[in-house]
Ligand binder design. Sequence first.
Ligand code: NAD
Length: 477
Amino acid sequence: MTVSYDAAPALYIDGEWRSGDGRDTQAVVNPATGEAIGQVPLATAQDLDDALAAAERGFAVWKATDVDARGAILRKAAEILRGRAKDIGKLLTMEQGKPVAEATGEVMGAAQILDWSAEEAKRIYGRVLVRPTGQRSIVIKQPVGPVAAFSPWNFPVYLMAKKLGPALASGCSVISKPPEETPACCGALMQALHDAGMPKGVVQLVHGVPDTVSRHLMGSKVIRKVSFTGSVGVGKHLMKLAADNLQRVTMELGGHAPVLIFDDCDLEKTLDMVVPQKFRNAGQVCVSPTRFYVQDSIYDRFIDGFAERTKTITTGSGLDSGTKMGPLANVRRPDAIEELVGDAIASGARVMAGGSRGDEGYFFQPTLLADVPDSASIMNNEPFGPVAVSARFDTVEDAIAKANRLPFGLAAFAFTENGRRANIIGDAIEAGMVGVNSFGISGVDTPFGGVKDSGFGSEGGPEGFDSYLVTKVIHQA
Ligand code: NAD
């Protein structure tokens, strides 16, 4: 199936689209072929200054806009997104690689976030404390101010919406920098907000060299809040930048999710769940199940069943209807994974399925490694790709210690039919989210976020609004 990329990515500042005019550009690459399919304009320093000034003006307008009116625009944008989901999904696939059904589902998920945020903002309550002699202390919540939102390429539309939804519903203005890899599908989300009637200045979209953009925006006192989803290293760097202007930060960083497979689990059912989940979005998911620790007595059966299912996963262009797993999103990923797999093999790991990169584009085969020692780099560094690693454990204590041995703490999973053991694991695992016999840890109404090096702050749920609000007390005598 060939679909032409007829998008013209642009910047969106103060209610208008900008491109050309001698701006530098960067190639947009189809990861299935490695070929350039378009060009994205990079913001100039003047564009970024204009975006800051617009966001300041937009904030003044938007914070004074009634919550129902804000919600109506977000709900309208959600409706527009749903109507365009198939077209936006194709753009997303061309830019990022995932199968088009997953991409279309992602756009529908983004619409759900906008809808939910519009409704939840109505429940941003304050409280009144009654003092003696008629005095009152009134606690109110107000939008924090203009937000810089830096979102990644693995779920470009969904994760951008995850920042825009609660920020905008709370009354903040936003400057959004989406990933360079996926400018057109992110532009389509911005277009939906524009078409829904968003007042100018409330939301802007800037593309550019990430470090140049973040330094410029965070160097301004206009920005009061920074929300970042990406790698631990970049997160730490942005926290240092935020210190200069004491900007609040939300950090959704990497993970390296352990999966504890106990011998009392329903093995066939578990395998049917874990294998597709591992290779969803080619493993480029911060909560992707990755370190499979399997109880001794079922280890061999588990890895045989895992390998058998892994070998049936069809890879190819995300635009082909038979494709179950597309390419990786950028040229850095297959290089990084090849190195990690090579190191694991040199450390004694056995390749049970896959293990190699593809001939063209940025493909890497769905891969299972067995008997991977803790010393292997891949047991310590998130592969962020289609690789599952496995090792044995003996007791519950042993399994928990292995799960907690890394500095990350985003998601963890366990498969067991023993309810008491499930409770112990839920309590003992150092992670922001734990799934027991389930991967359903990320809902629009549940908090999503990590502990330790995986960051802090939540996105999703009522908690997702906290970081866009400041609390004020007004004492009235
Ligand atoms: P990277 O760290 O270079 O970039 C990750 C994301 O951060 C990209 O979207 C990029 O545009 C952005 N970014 C980079 N430098 C930035 C800066 N100075 N200011 C603002 N944004 C900046 O890594 P990569 O090679 O693109 O991806 C690999 C790693 O990133 C993975 O190993 C994974 O840990 C992490 N990652 C995590 C998530 C997530 O959902 N938590 C998503 C994508 C990537």
